[in-house]
Design a protein around this ligand. Structure first.
Ligand code: SAM
Ligand code: DTB
Ligand code: SF4
Length: 325
């Protein structure tokens, strides 16, 4: 039975003494996951910048003056090469990101469906984050072999309008519903460090925890404050807040993959180790996220070696092993 958390209960967890919180999260983690196994995803921006939305954190919004250069949708050939490289580097999942408000039924979408087929045929999990989708579009993505759809709630319902005005929280939830109806797995989380309160962080986790089924993956991003965006002057998120947020996510949504997402470049290895201890079991690897830098791949593999972490195999690889044995 999945526990129905109240906001008050989640806030109590979030505010617990830090060592108690980490211990509790680590116990939950051990019960539901293999300790030390971390899913490694490769992130690729297939269409960059020029987005009509006004998300205050985002360097890809056309209305802010950032250094991001607009790039039209990549070709299927380019994706093919990128997927080969990612696989050779040990990634088991590839996540395709597009700076779109929503998916439109046009040739670009057909191209994305081709990209999904191409990556899927290599035995890698494919995830996409393309903005809002209808149920029909989500079904087409599922038919092409998409494994997961990422669509973040980003913050609490109450704080949403302070961060984004060009769409509503309900729009976001509607897309998550469409994704679910199409049989895709759901990846949804948010960002901390945008000036939100602890109650906002908890409010977001509360909404995510109420989804049935709960999301299979919850990315927790630390804001990367990019020059030219309205949030450019936000101070860096203390690592302790990141650890608290990850531990609380782990406790409230025990079976999900908690992804230590954006912001790792500003974290020490010790800080990241605490995040893994507190229940993070997924990262984005590769020296670029969508438009901002990420730790170098070799540096991450060194961290894996030191902390005794192992990259998790793609579900497709696991299936193959089972059939052969
Ligand atoms: N356009 C699509 C959408 O908004 O759903 C997909 C791409 S969008 C860049 C994916 C997610 O990246 C956002 O929901 C947000 O959580 C995260 N993100 C974007 N800019 C960020 C930043 N500067 N720092 C941390 N996370 C960020
Ligand atoms: C998510 O939650 N974080 C990733 C992924 N989903 C698509 C994106 C992070 C983007 C960070 C800012 C950038 O590189 O543009
Ligand atoms: Fe566009 Fe997504 Fe960036 Fe918002 S987060 S501006 S929707 S690319």
């Amino acid at each position: 039975m999945i526990k129905n958390w109240t906001k008050e209960e989640i806030l109590e967890v979030y505010n617990a003494p830090l060592m108690e919180l980490i211990y509790r999260a680590a116990e939950v983690h051990k019960q539901h996951h293999k300790v030390g196994e971390v899913q490694v995803s490769s992130l690729l921006s297939i269409k960059t910048g020029g987005c009509p939305e006004d998300c205050a954190y985002c360097p890809q919004a056309a209305r802010y003056h950032t250094e991001v250069k607009v790039q039209k949708l990549m070709s299927v050939d380019e994706i093919n090469t990128a997927a080969d490289n990612a696989k050779a580097g040990g990634a088991s999942r590839m996540c395709l990101g597009a700076a779109w408000r929503e998916v439109r039924d046009n040739r670009d979408f057909d191209k994305v469906l081709d990209m999904v087929r191409t990556i899927n045929s290599k035995g890698m999990e494919v995830c996409a984050t393309l903005g809002m989708v209808t149920e029909e579009q989500a079904k087409k993505l599922a038919d092409a072999g998409l494994y997961a759809y990422n669509h973040n709630l980003d913050t609490s319902e109450e704080n949403y309008e302070n961060i984004i005005s060009t769409r509503t929280y309900d729009d976001r939830l509607k897309t998550l519903g469409n994704v679910r109806k199409a049989g895709l797995t759901v990846c949804s989380g948010g960002i901390i460090g945008m000036g939100e309160t602890a109650e906002d962080r908890v409010g977001m986790l509360y909404t995510l925890s109420l989804l049935r089924p709960q999301p299979e993956s919850v990315p927790i991003n630390a804001l990367v404050a990019v020059e030219g965006t309205p949030l450019e002057d936000q101070p860096p998120v203390p690592i302790w807040d990141m650890v608290r947020m990850i531990a609380t996510t782990r406790i409230v949504i025990p079976t999900t993959a908690v992804r230590l997402s954006a912001g790792r470049l500003s974290m020490s290895m010790e800080g990241q180790a605490l995040c893994f201890m507190a229940g993070a079991n997924s990262i984005f690897a590769g020296d670029k996220l969508l438009t901002t830098p990420n730790p170098r791949y070799n540096q991450d593999m060194q961290m894996f070696e030191i902390l005794g972490l192992k990259p998790k195999k793609a579900y497709a690889d696991v299936r193959k092993t089972i059939t052969i044995e």
